[in-house]
Write a protein that binds this ligand. Structure first.
Ligand code: PLP
Length: 360
């Protein structure tokens, strides 16, 4: 009675919530380093905007989020008609898939990468082509080879979750040319959820390629550096025709009032993002140094998380959990020896290192 394409799919495994672990262990202090959230919390301005908006929650939100669209369009120098808001970028990925994918269409993406690409492919009964990473980074040459007349959609997760590696400007330019030659209708979705964290001068801004007329769709979010994961809001930027079609699929009131108000305030609080990035870089440098001292292998990351090789990841995860440190074991991503750890506060990072050292 259920869709066949769902039979080999598992429900999305979220990072263990803090509340759950507190109940289970009765621990006072829990460090959640599993879901790449902002350890400083949200901008105070965003929190105040939510408080103000609370008075209006009996009214439906403005479905199209016009104020937020205007602010984003000014900040990004794109037209408002090139923007779509979603209940997290996760929903934008679903809307995109539902807008363009039919059973039998091909979707190409790297593996391991963000698991939602697999989920939307299965839901829409498209054929998912998962191209293994090479040295923990996108193998764009092999991905380009997979693009054919049936390929409607390609995902490039840049930086990649869970490895933290980037595709460079030159690599992306070359890839987009190849895709265009093979199938000019293929949409390349550039998932830039960690855009604000990237420091490399070789990192491409997906919007540049959109402006140059490539068939790309850029995804960004307020969940990561902006610290608004809990209210769920993200956005997509694409060509007007695509956005028009996606607007037909979007639920009328998909982003709620509190999320819209918070995002608008957070967008203007550039200081908070700067502080977040600065502290994250400092924390990341500490973690790198500590892991090197311990002779533990890790992948250098352009994001706020690090993939770390610990041996039996599931066991290490369970042991860290008992000490109140939540990380993400990567066995479900075909990396049974690795955990992914989000850069946290100074005390979170220190506790993680201290406990990991004891375990190893
Ligand atoms: C976190 C994340 C997202 C966005 O998540 P939302 O909270 O739904 O906005 C998208 N892509 C990647 C790769 C992510 O890691």
């Amino acid at each position: 009675m259920f869709k066949k394409s769902l039979s080999d799919l598992k429900p999305y495994p979220p990072g263990k919530p803090v509340e759950e672990l507190k109940r289970e262990l009765g621990l006072r202090k829990i460090y959640k380093m599993a879901s790449n959230e902002n350890f400083l919390g949200a901008s105070k301005k965003a929190i105040n905007a939510i408080k103000k908006e609370l008075k209006k929650i009996h009214f439906y939100p403005e479905g199209g989020a016009p104020l937020l669209k205007r602010a984003l369009s000014e900040k990004l120098s794109v037209k408002e008609t090139q923007l779509i808001l979603g209940n997290g970028t996760n929903e934008i990925i679903h809307i995109l898939g539902e807008t363009i994918l039919s059973p039998g269409d091909k979707v190409v993406y790297a593996w391991p990468s963000f698991i939602v690409y697999r989920i939307i492919s299965k839901i829409t009964e498209a054929e998912a082509v998962e191209v293994p990473l090479k040295n923990f980074a996108h193998d764009l040459d092999s991905m380009a080879k997979e693009v054919d007349r049936k390929t409607k959609l390609v995902f490039v997760c840049n930086p990649n979750n869970p490895t933290g590696t980037i595709v460079t400007k030159n690599q992306l330019a070359e890839f987009l040319e190849k895709v265009k030659d093979k199938n000019s209708d293929t949409i390349v979705a550039l998932d830039e959820a960690y855009f604000e964290y990237v420091q490399s001068p070789d990192y491409p801004d997906g919007l540049k390629f959109l402006r140059e007329g490539y068939n790309v769709f850029v995804l960004r979010t307020f969940s990561k550096a902006y610290g608004l994961a809990g209210v769920r809001i993200g956005y997509g930027i694409g060509n007007e025709k695509l956005i028009q079609e996606m607007e037909k699929v979007r639920q009328p009131f998909n982003t709620n009032r509190l999320a819209q108000a918070a995002a608008l305030a957070a967008l203007k609080d550039t200081k908070h993002v700067e502080k977040t990035v600065k502290k994250t870089l400092k924390g990341k440098a500490y973690l790198y140094q500590a892991l090197e001292r311990m002779n533990v292998q890790f992948i250098e990351s352009e994001t706020n998380f690090i993939l770390v090789k610990v041996g039996k990841a599931k066991e290490v995860f369970e042991k860290l959990l008992k000490k109140g440190v939540i990380v993400r074991p990567m066995d479900g991503y075909g990396l049974p020896e690795w955990i992914r750890v989000t850069v946290g506060s100074e005390s979170a990072n220190k506790t993680f290192i201290r406990e990991l050292e004891k375990i190893l």
